[in-house]
Ligand binder design. Structure first.
Ligand SMILES: [Zn+2]
Length: 339
């Protein structure tokens, strides 16, 4: 993504918002045609790029803007790069955040076929909100990520009053305190979006599950988890749409996977856009992966994340095979790290 000043036509690769000379807002310039103009082959492994050889491509768009990109596949000078989007459930889109989260958001949603909400579409945003901790600790969805989601929907024309941010506490921390410390509440206030504590609303019984009425009434649920290495956070975040007592009882009677499948059948369409820019390891240390991922089924997204991070599979992912999951945007080989 490039940003152009409508007045002096200067172009930046980062979202600096206003032109430093003309003080006007920059406009986004999307790439239509991407061509390879130079290729270099790297044969020496490093911590963040353990797999060799790989290729660094110099790419150019139809406006003459140039940037570099890592590739596991070898290209020749003059090759065109085009990724066909797909709306299949077993497609996981991955994009590396270069300078800004909003660009990666647009990319991953485009890759899984896009969404076309209308002004009246009722959307429920479901961030990870599990502890009263500051954003830099990487425990909850970050305020920037939530704000990106809200702004994306507003730009698409969705009415502010039709967007809700939902959460519920399943642990000892009151959700209000977590919302405040994580600064997610601040974003809701700034963007004038209503935050919902689902535990205060109604739950309707469906196939033995008690599901939040607000979730069942939405036209689209956008699940925006903060991923964590060794966990299936994208899939498990959906359990927050259940009544807590009902969830605990279900967990006692059946496996997480069974609850997940039953719940997903009852819910309106769920789009998952996961935050994996800085993610926690099990010991709480942060790894900077700089990724945004999207999928129509969070189970497949979690499975691919486990593959990238080469971490042991949580129970819920045990029988989810990677063979029939297609990855679009970036290849797994380009992302595998030494953790
Ligand atoms: Zn300017």
């Amino acid at each position: 993504m490039f940003y152009r000043c409508p007045k002096c036509k200067r172009v930046w690769q980062y979202p600096i918002e206003k032109c430093p000379d003309c003080f006007v807002n920059l406009e986004k310039v999307k790439q239509k045609e991407i061509r390879v103009v130079a290729v270099s082959r790297v044969g020496i492994p490093s911590v963040s790029h353990p797999k060799t050889p790989y290729f660094v491509l110099l790419l150019e768009d139809e406006n003459g803007n140039k940037w570099v990109q890592k590739s596991a596949k070898e290209y020749k000078i003059g090759d065109k790069i085009k990724i066909e989007p797909s709306q299949e459930e077993k497609v996981v889109a991955i994009w590396i955040i270069k300078y800004d989260i909003p660009e990666s958001w647009e990319r991953v949603i485009e890759l899984i076929g896009g969404i076309k909400p209308e002004s009246e579409t009722r959307i429920l945003l479901l961030p990870t909100l599990v502890s009263p901790s500051h954003p830099h600790l990487g425990e909850n969805t970050s305020p920037e990520f939530l704000e990106t989601a809200i702004k994306y929907l507003l730009e698409k024309g969705v009415k502010r009053e039709n967007i809700k941010v939902a959460g519920q506490s399943f642990n000892e921390f009151p959700i209000e305190i977590s919302a405040q410390k994580s600064q997610l509440l601040k974003i809701c206030q700034k963007e004038k979006i209503e935050p919902l504590n689902l535990s205060e609303g109604n739950f309707l019984e469906r196939d033995g599950l008690k599901i939040s009425q607000k979730a069942l009434e939405a036209d689209l649920i956008i699940n925006i988890p903060r991923l964590k290495i060794g966990e299936a956070r994208a899939s498990q975040n959906l359990f927050k749409l259940l009544d807590k007592t009902n969830y605990l009882a279900q967990e006692y009677l059946s496996t997480e996977k069974e609850i997940f499948e039953k719940l997903k059948k009852q819910l309106p369409p769920v789009l998952t856009v996961a935050q994996a820019d800085s993610v926690q390891k099990q010991d709480g240390r942060i790894v900077h992966m700089r990724l945004t991922m999207a999928c129509l089924n969070p189970l497949y997204l979690d499975r691919i994340f486990a593959q990238i991070t080469a971490s042991p599979l949580p129970k819920i992912l045990k029988n989810v095979n990677t063979e029939d999951i297609r990855v679009l945007g970036r290849k797994i080989e380009e992302l595998e790290w030494v953790f």
